[in-house]
Design a protein around this ligand. Structure first.
Ligand code: UTP
Length: 292
């Protein structure tokens, strides 16, 4: 990599309003894809990419996320006694070592940009990673690992991108594209949630970023953008004249698990891939619902 990026920020303080009523008390980031919460997939993707410092931006009602990554001594002892080796491995695998996981609080959910600003004291002069745990990418190699390779070449600000249907642009940050070699995309502007008629392209940012600390200069101003929220995209857009910007077309299938349909699709896709479940799921879809 150009400059090592060993720190990742995971914003988990959002209200999850698209997923009510479950998110009334349950953090969206703890929703399971088969048997693991979204936040654990995000942490594992980061670990695979060499991340060593995990910063969670949490908020009200999110404390079970902290518990999930803690040691579970009694459960471990009981599984050990019962010789439940696989279960013990799963429980231990979800523990994060002392001094690797840090928490900071976003007192009010004022937007993704504001959540990242809340973690500013953890980021020094180095580039840093942002992973939105509700964006899940099913791929052979983790989306962030793929990005790290490209980051070696391009540096600056790098975001993962994919095409969305034209009528969906109002849900995403959209690139005003200047160059595109099928893998790395150049852009002259970023527009947050443009209406389809105003969108300069259909290439949208997904929840994976490698960012230059310069972005904090703009997050500092707490400028409110689309939807009355402080937007990360707006701050990145403002650095474009000084910090090189690129989009990266990753290999894999992305699921917006912050939406009910994306969450359901992810559960089916991940279950079908599992050796212990795939056959049964296929059978149910075929026999019971005449699908597949
Ligand atoms: P989303 O916009 O998908 O989350 O943000 P949300 O606001 O919780 O969702 P809806 O629209 O109300 O359903 C992406 C990530 O950023 C976090 C969320 O927790 C999610 O993981 N986030 C969002 C924050 O940490 N703080 C915020 O103010 C907003």
């Amino acid at each position: 990599m150009k400059k090592n990026s060993r720190t990742a920020i995971f914003p988990v303080a959002g209200l999850g309003t698209r997923f009510l009523p479950i998110t009334k008390v349950m953090p969206k980031e703890m929703l399971p894809i088969v048997d693991k919460p979204l936040i654990q997939y995000a942490i594992e993707e980061a670990k695979e990419a060499g991340i060593e410092e995990f910063i969670l931006v949490t908020g009200k009602g999110k404390s079970i996320i902290e518990d999930h990554f803690d040691d579970a001594f009694e459960l471990g002892t009981s599984l050990s006694k019962g010789r439940k080796i696989n279960e013990l491995r799963d429980v231990e695998g979800s523990t994060i070592g002392s001094g690797e996981l840090f928490y900071t609080r976003q007192v009010k959910p004022l937007g993704l940009g504001h959540a990242i600003w809340c973690a500013r004291r953890f980021v020094r002069e180095q580039p840093f990673v942002v992973i939105a745990p509700d964006d899940l990418v099913l791929s052979t190699r983790g989306c962030l690992s793929q990005m790290m390779d490209v980051y070696d070449e391009v540096g600056g600000n790098l975001v993962a991108v994919e095409n969305v249907p034209k009528n969906q642009t109002h849900k995403y940050g959209i690139l005003d594209v200047t160059s595109d070699d099928g893998k790395i995309v150049g852009a002259k502007a970023l527009i947050e949630k443009p209406l389809p008629a105003e969108a300069p392209s259909t290439l949208s940012i997904i929840g994976r970023y490698i960012l230059h600390p310069e972005v904090f200069t703009y997050l500092e101003s707490h400028e409110v953008g689309k939807g009355g929220e402080i937007q990360l995209t707006d701050a990145i857009a403002k650095t474009m004249d000084r910090v090189p910007f690129h989009g990266f077309r990753f290999k894999g299938e992305r699921f917006d698990c912050g939406s009910k349909i994306g969450f359901l699709a992810a559960n089916i896709a991940y279950a079908l891939k599992r050796n212990d479940l795939g056959g049964n799921v296929r059978e149910i879809l075929k026999e019971k619902y005449n699908l597949g």
